[in-house]
Design a protein around this ligand. Structure first.
Ligand code: SF4
Length: 153
């Protein structure tokens, strides 16, 4: 019998998002219900189960926009305590200075954002991919000046 161990897990913590992109595979949007989301305790239990299978997993906490969960940094800290390599998957619009700093505390090792460079086809640059002021996602500006130790993509 073959034993399968996951090495990378991308976890959609919420369908809520501050954007509404036409290409979103999760159909995330600002008014999405949080009723079906796992509670903090339930997320902890899932991470316990993941650790039992592979304590060295690369865990991507994403959504939707995971920064809309008020317990995100508690989840990140718990995952880091488990020994996971924890990465935040965010669109970056809510990644303000305080949040960038907080990411360093609970053990986030990296962050990945889907920005919308002008070279993308028009179909990939829906109006929902822009901030309220029309700006595109530029989260590295939040992190880089702080000398953040984690990489951004
Ligand atoms: S920012 Fe990401 S999660 Fe949010 S609607 Fe766009 S593609 Fe979906």
């Amino acid at each position: 019998m073959t034993t399968v161990r996951p090495y990378t897990i991308s976890w959609n913590l919420t369908q809520r998002c501050n954007q509404r992109c036409a290409h979103c595979y999760l159909s995330a949007f600002p008014g999405a219900s949080a009723a079906g989301e796992l509670s903090t305790a339930e997320c902890f239990r899932v991470m316990d189960e993941i650790a039992a299978v592979n304590p060295d997993v690369l865990l991507i906490l994403t959504g939707g926009e995971p920064l809309l969960r008020t317990d995100l940094f508690d989840l990140g800290a718990y995952a880091a305590d488990k020994g996971f390599t924890v990465v935040l998957g965010t669109n970056g619009f809510l990644l303000k200075q305080q949040q960038a700093e907080a990411m360093g505390n609970p053990g986030f090792r990296g962050r990945a954002s889907a920005s919308t460079p002008p070279t993308l086809p028009a179909t990939m640059r829906s109006a929902g991919c822009r901030g309220r002021g029309g700006e595109r996602s530029r989260p590295p500006r939040c992190c880089a000046p702080r000398g953040s130790p984690f990489p951004s993509t």
